[in-house]
Ligand binder design. Sequence first.
Ligand SMILES: Cc1cc2nc3c(=O)[nH]c(=O)nc-3n(C[C@H](O)[C@H](O)[C@H](O)COP(=O)(O)OP(=O)(O)OC[C@H]3O[C@@H](n4cnc5c(N)ncnc54)[C@H](O)[C@@H]3O)c2cc1C
Length: 373
Amino acid sequence: MSAHVTIIGAGLGGLTLARVLQVRGIASTVYEAEASAGARTQGGMLDIHDYNGQLAVKAADLTDEFEGIVLEGRQAMRFFHRDGSLLFDKADDGTGGRPEVQRGELRQILLDALPEGTVRWGHKVSGTRTLADGRHEVTFANGTSTTAGLLVGADGAWSRVRPLLSGAVPEYAGEAFVETYLFDVESRHPAVAEMVGGGMFGAVDPDGDGRWIGAHREKGETVHAYVTLARPLDWFAGIDFTDLAASTTRIAAEFADWAPEFATLVTGSDTAPLLRPHYTLPIGHRWDRVPGVTLVGDAAHLSVPNGEGANLAMLDAAELGEALAAHPGDTEAALAAYERGLFPRSADAAAEAHHKPTSAELIEFFTQDAQAR
Ligand SMILES: Cc1cc2nc3c(=O)[nH]c(=O)nc-3n(C[C@H](O)[C@H](O)[C@H](O)COP(=O)(O)OP(=O)(O)OC[C@H]3O[C@@H](n4cnc5c(N)ncnc54)[C@H](O)[C@@H]3O)c2cc1C
């Protein structure tokens, strides 16, 4: 008989774990800081990979529901050189292994699959501590608390569970995304719609300094763009991102030496730009086994975004759920088995995310390797 599992965080990691456990007859409760499922827009599209995220979808027995939310045609890829020349253009022929979904819709199919009451909204963890009997006490900002025999931190970058296992704290990675949204692009921004195409878009400087403009054609006629800039945090602090015109002009100026059409992804924004600094845990972050507690997803291995974080969080969750089901009555054996897979996988993924490709690697990526994707 497997014990009840207490999960902190109702992101993709925590919800996937709850669902995989449910499918295997193990009860869980998910405590989430946000007040409700709709408290915050879930932002963006995610491509869910056949080698990690989709394995978790299968373990969660939600393949049909997942296929129902896949956005057709969004695996198209188009990359430009900063001078405006096309480096690579591939239509979505339906054979790619990275179907795109809206993050909010993926989260919703997980929520819909869970028994009523599994997620306790409005429970922001303020502290955790290990009790003399080895169980873990979790206190919430709403004044309540709970005691867990098995506690899983799925509470993201600034995890309140992580301190039970490790002293690691995320550090600024030296770069940030500035995100913009352009709505009704077919009618209001036709040149942008044409340039971005039907799926993923990128503009790069193969010999450059990490500057990059990416964009996705999202659901309907929305283009979501994200500029990567390697600047100190105080450089970004000097920009008022609530001032749409001034901030987009300032960010676009950083690309003054690029073909001018790319800057319209910034200056054409319909919303005030969103600054998202990238934080990272040390590559190879790990911990010694502490009875009755572990981590999944960003809480365990926060890294710079490279399109793998949500996929890895879901795979961690699936593997942990399956390990618990495979070791009924022996939680420690389950956690040890899970972490044996988690640590090397996370270290490899973080090293890859931090690797800055050389110009030769970039060109190979955009021309030859990408053909096989
Ligand atoms: C700009 C950007 C773009 C990205 N794009 C991609 C992409 O294209 N593909 C991809 O695979 N990954 C992407 N990632 C990475 C991905 O978003 C994360 O790796 C993923 O969301 C991690 O999932 P998680 O469940 O571990 O944590 P989270 O998604 O962060 O979920 C954590 C949950 O815990 C809750 N929580 C936090 N603190 C507390 C607390 N104290 N008490 C209770 N609850 C709490 C939060 O409200 C949240 O619901 C991107 C990241 C960023 C920043």
